[in-house]
Design a protein. Structure first.
Length: 398
């Protein structure tokens, strides 16, 4: 770690520590004691510093392992050096320390307030690491709207773990580049806001928490234990897949009885419906500007350029298959219809175009005759409509 990186690291680490110092100083003055005499002082500060340093320092460690050749066995081409990764690594490390540090210091301050109200002096010896991962602190996302920070904590942990997985996997595939660290920082910001969105929707639908008045202070208490467990798990996976979680939450909002009549269904399917494409590859295509089915289907001359960037991850045949599937999905707005077409042996636009060609009229007739079940009615109607609108025009005789 260079001097500049070390200075940025210490500066980011000092922010949550200073926030907790200000709070502790106010509590110490109110109680007429020294700052160091507050309960669990050493335990709270050491936990905050160590955990925050781990969250942020992990990315510098991964960068060191990559530049030293440990993550890819020294097989990567030297397209980027350490200086190219300086700003992206500092960005994701600083953001991790600020986000996690804020929640950890808020939890430590919340814990101190609880200790000051207890008469047992041994309560300061509790295991703060276990307590920290539970995150008992409560915040406000709007005036009068309380919010358990544990939801955001688990979402950020999901994003943090996925970023580590992504960096290690991309390094092993000789596909690690500086913007991967930038994408990881964006993922953590998205995870934070998506977790708040999920909590608002979940609280409105299932009421996992209830608001009570404790010593004239409003607080949140668990009202539905099973719903809270599910909310924590959902928050974690929203950090791993923030885009998918946001889309699922948005679909839940659109299908609710409150706003369901305002929105119309999407006219095209999403990238999740492409067979053979996992979440890691969807994120990789997102980095290349391919964010939806339309862009994938109409990639045109950019196909070879895209393949040159991801050739270590997929074969050319696999990429062509994805583009072919997307070409057919442009005309299919129903996921059930797409599944029925695939069950009938039609996966892509090339197969559909070959089926409706004049040379295959006999095969088309046989296929239409075989579609006799009630569930095949949509498939049959789609094929007939597609053949009417996409069949080649007959050539005129000279």
């Amino acid at each position: 770690m260079s001097f500049s990186e070390f200075f940025i690291f210490i500066g980011a680490l000092s922010i949550p520590v200073m926030m907790m110092l200000v709070h502790d100083y106010r509590i110490a003055r109110q109680n007429g004691v020294k700052l160091i005499a507050l309960p669990a002082c050493f335990n709270r500060y050491s936990t905050l510093i160590v955990l925050t340093a781990i969250y942020g320092g992990t990315f510098y460690l991964l960068l060191y392992l990559y530049t030293s050749g440990y993550l890819d066995n020294g097989q990567s081409l030297n397209l980027y050096d350490r200086h190219d990764f300086f700003v992206p690594t500092a960005c994701i490390s600083t953001l991790s320390m600020l986000l996690f540090g804020y929640i950890l210091q808020a939890d430590n301050c919340f814990y101190l307030n609880a200790l000051m109200k207890e008469s047992d002096p041994l309560s300061g010896k509790r295991d703060l690491i276990y307590r920290t991962f539970r995150s008992l602190s409560i915040g406000q996302i709007a005036p009068g709207i309380l919010y358990p920070l544990s939801v955001s904590l688990w979402a950020l942990q999901g994003a943090w773990l996925y970023n580590i997985y992504s960096i290690v996997m991309r390094a092993g595939n000789q596909d690690l580049m500086p913007r991967v660290f930038f994408s990881g920082a964006i993922r953590m910001i998205m995870a934070l806001f998506v977790s708040i969105l999920i909590y608002c929707v979940f609280q409105a639908l299932f009421k996992p928490y209830a608001v009570t008045n404790d010593d004239n202070d409003r607080a949140l208490v668990v009202d539905n234990g099973k719903a809270v467990y599910f909310l924590v798990a959902l928050a974690f996976f929203s950090g791993v897949f923030p885009m998918q979680a946001a889309q699922a939450t948005w679909q839940t909002i659109k299908s609710s009885e409150f706003v369901g009549e305002v929105f119309t269904p999407s006219s095209t399917l999403s990238m999740e419906h492409v067979q053979g494409m996992n979440a890691l590859m969807r994120d990789r295509l997102f980095e290349e500007g391919i964010v939806d089915i339309h862009q994938l289907a109409t990639i045109g001359k950019r196909r070879d350029l895209l393949y040159s960037r991801i050739e270590n991850l997929v074969s050319k045949e696999q990429l062509n298959d994805w583009i072919d599937q997307a070409g057919l999905m442009l005309f299919v707005a129903d996921g059930n219809l797409l599944q029925s077409l695939r069950s009938a042996g039609i996966r892509g636009k090339a197969q559909m175009d070959a089926l409706i060609s004049p040379d295959n009229s006999e095969r088309l007739a046989q296929l239409l005759q075989s579609l006799t079940a009630d569930k095949d009615a949509k498939v049959k109607r789609f094929i007939e409509q597609y053949s009417l609108t996409h069949a080649p025009a007959p050539q005129q005789a000279d």
